[in-house]
Design a binder for this molecule. Structure first.
Ligand code: NDP
Length: 247
């Protein structure tokens, strides 16, 4: 598997799953734009780790939910790099709470970042991919979008929405040799899941056939496969990486 010469943009690449994806793509030879919104230090750290390992990367700060900022960032990236071969829409947030008490702003911010963000970035990158007649887009969904999750009506709606978005975009762009897929992680060891009570973590593990939370590298490996030549005949699909908790 080689991504030598490819240009990749990973939204929310500063930490967690996004950082692992950046490291993996860089390890395979891609030049990686590591996106963040506020965590510039973490993004720079990700870039440092990549460079120390002999890879190429640069941090790029913009809010995926801000249409003007997204447009400006991708314009600059395409001008600098010539084109974008790989886009990983990974940036995501949670604003959990039972529906009766969920504020409209919690609904809006999760939908704006997790769903509209993917639309804005994909739209911004598609022109360069169409010109090149090749491209790979991977949207990071979630098992919550398939099973639903109490306390996550906003998050589950956004993540389920990403699947419909993925399939529709895959159909629209297939003739330009652009593949669009999603990955639905189960529970992965990150800052997001570290927030769960230890008791809740143990209860969840009991419901996972493989008995453990996944690692960020498990998702990074799945992304690498989908964006590689080996994954070239796969489009419009969701790859479930969840230890068997949802089949
Ligand atoms: P983290 O909270 O660890 O990291 C989130 C990343 O998204 C950070 O890099 C953050 O940047 C970035 N980000 C957040 N909002 C924006 C924004 N508006 N614009 C640009 N970047 C933004 O998340 P995880 O690594 O846990 O999750 C990554 C993805 O995987 C998310 O989409 C999540 O929903 C999904 N997922 C995670 C699971 C898990 O178990 N962890 C399970 C299923 C899905 P900054 O540092 O600047 O804030």
């Amino acid at each position: 598997m080689s991504l030598q010469g490819k240009i990749a943009v990973v939204t929310g690449g500063s930490r967690g799953i996004g950082r692992a994806v950046c490291l993996r793509l860089a390890q395979l030879g891609a030049f990686v734009y590591v996106n963040y919104v506020s965590g510039v230090k973490a993004a720079e750290e990700t870039v440092e780790i990549i460079k120390e390992a002999g890879g190429k990367a640069i941090p790029v700060g913009f809010d995926v939910a801000d249409a003007d900022a997204v447009q400006a960032a991708f314009k600059k990236i395409v001008k600098e790099a010539g084109s974008v071969d790989i886009l990983v829409n990974n940036a995501g947030i949670t604003r959990d709470g039972i529906m009766a008490r969920m504020k409209e702003s919690d609904w809006d911010s999760v939908l704006d970042t997790n769903l509209k963000g993917a639309f804005l970035c994909s739209k911004a990158v598609s022109r360069s991919m169409m010109k090149k007649k090749s491209g790979r887009i991977v949207n990071i969904s979630s098992v919550s979008g398939f099973t639903g999750n109490s306390g996550q009506v906003n998050y589950a709606a956004a993540k389920a929405g990403l699947v419909g978005f993925t399939k529709s975009m895959a159909r629209e762009y297939a003739s330009r040799n652009i593949t669009v897929n999603s990955i639905a992680p189960g529970y992965i060891e990150t800052e997001m899941t570290a927030l769960l009570e230890v008791e809740t973590q143990e209860q969840i593990k009991g419901e996972i056939p493989l008995g453990e939370f996944g690692k960020c590298e498990d998702i990074a490996g799945a992304v690498a496969y989908l964006v590689s030549e080996d994954g070239g005949y796969i489009t419009g699909q969701t790859l479930h990486v969840n230890g068997g908790m949802y089949m």
